[in-house]
Design a protein. Structure first.
Length: 307
C-alpha cells in the first residue's frame, strides 16, 4: 500500500495488514474483511466467545490509524446510553441563571439549552462524526445481548448512517464508519440486519495457527511448553465441556505458566492452573481429576510421535 493508512487494495494486502498487527488470520477471513472495507458494508462476525472477533476491530483501527469507537451491548441498552443524551444538570443551571438575570424569552432559552454545547455524544453518534477525514472503526460488541427493539433501531442507523435528534435535526455521516458487529450467538439476530452486512463465522483456529498466535502474544513462553499448551487446548475442545476455552484463554494459560517459570506441563501444574483456562467449576472438577491426566498423556505421546 502506498499510504500506510489507506484501505487495503487486495486480499493479500489485507492479510499483510492483519499479520503486521499480530492477528493470525486465514485467507477466508482476510477476504471478507477486504470486501467489507471496499464495499463499505458492516461486517457481522459470529462465533464462540474468545475466538478473536473483537480483536479484528482493534487491529483494523490500529492498522488503518482510525479511532476505535466501541459500543458494548448489554440487556436494556437504550438510545440514551448508545446514541446521545442531554446534559440535564447543566441545562437546569443555564435556565436558573437565565431566570436570575431576567431572561424570560422561552424560545431563546430553549434554543440555548438544546444546542451542541449540552449534547452528550454516545458511541453511535460519535461513530457518525468522522474527524480529520478518517471515519472511525465502530465496534458493536456482543449485539446478541441487547433486545430486538434496539436491534431494530440499529438497523435504521446502519441503513442511512444517520441519527435524528428532535431538538437539533438529522446528523448524517460524511463518511460511513467501518462497522464491525460481533455476536456470541446467545440468540439469533434478525435476518433484516444480517442482510445489511457481510457475514463470517469466526471458528477456533487449528493447532498450527493457534501455536503461531501463542508465539506472537506470549513470546517468552518456552517453545516446548507452547506446543504442549496448544495441543492440550485443542484436545479439550474435542470433549463435552460446559464451555470450551477460547484463544484468549489459551493465551492466558501460556502467560500464567510462563510467569510460573514452567518449561513443560505436568499433572500438578495443569491442576493448579486450570482456573486460567476453564471458567466453570464443573469443567475444572472434571479435568482436574483423572481425565485431565489422560489428556496430558495423550498430548505428550502425540507430540513425541510427531518429532
Amino acid at each position: 500500500m502506498s499510504d500506510a493508512h489507506a484501505i487495503p487494495a487486495s486480499i493479500d494486502e489485507t492479510l499483510t495488514l492483519l499479520n503486521a498487527n499480530d492477528y493470525v488470520a486465514g485467507r477466508d477471513l482476510a477476504t471478507v474483511v477486504f470486501l467489507a472495507l471496499k464495499m463499505k458494508r458492516p461486517l457481522f462476525l459470529e462465533g464462540e466467545a474468545g475466538v478473536g472477533k473483537t480483536e479484528i476491530a482493534k487491529v483494523l483501527a490500529k492498522g488503518l490509524d482510525r479511532p476505535l469507537i466501541r459500543l458494548q451491548c448489554y440487556e436494556g441498552l437504550d438510545v440514551a446510553s448508545a446514541v446521545y443524551e442531554w446534559n440535564y444538570p447543566a441545562q437546569m443551571l443555564e435556565i436558573r441563571m437565565a431566570e436570575a438575570t431576567g431572561g424570560t424569552d422561552r424560545n431563546a432559552i430553549e434554543k440555548g439549552i438544546f444546542s451542541d454545547k449540552y449534547l452528550i455524544r454516545r458511541p453511535v453518534l460519535q461513530a457518525l462524526e468522522a474527524k480529520d477525514g478518517r471515519a472511525p472503526v465502530f465496534l458493536i460488541d456482543e449485539l446478541d445481548r441487547t433486545d430486538e427493539a434496539f436491534e431494530a433501531f440499529l438497523l435504521e442507523v446502519l441503513s442511512d448512517y444517520q441519527v435524528t435528534i428532535p431538538e437539533i435535526g438529522t446528523i448524517k455521516a460524511d463518511e460511513p464508519p467501518i462497522v464491525i458487529i460481533t455476536t456470541n450467538r446467545t440468540r439469533e439476530i434478525h435476518d433484516a440486519l444480517k442482510r445489511r452486512c457481510l457475514y463470517h463465522w469466526v471458528d477456533y483456529p487449528n493447532a498450527e495457527r493457534e501455536l503461531e498466535i501463542v508465539r506472537r502474544k506470549v513470546p517468552n513462553c518456552n517453545a516446548d511448553l507452547s506446543r504442549q499448551v496448544v495441543a492440550y487446548v485443542q484436545k479439550l475442545r474435542t470433549i463435552d465441556l460446559f464451555k470450551n476455552p477460547g484463544v484468549a484463554e489459551t493465551i492466558d494459560w501460556a502467560s500464567a505458566l510462563t510467569e510460573l517459570d514452567r518449561m513443560a506441563l505436568d499433572p500438578q501444574t495443569v491442576s493448579d492452573t486450570l482456573g486460567t483456562l476453564l471458567k466453570y467449576q464443573e469443567d475444572i472438577a472434571r479435568i482436574g481429576t483423572g481425565e485431565g491426566r489422560k489428556i496430558l498423556d495423550e498430548v505428550k505421546a502425540g507430540l513425541a510421535a510427531a518429532e
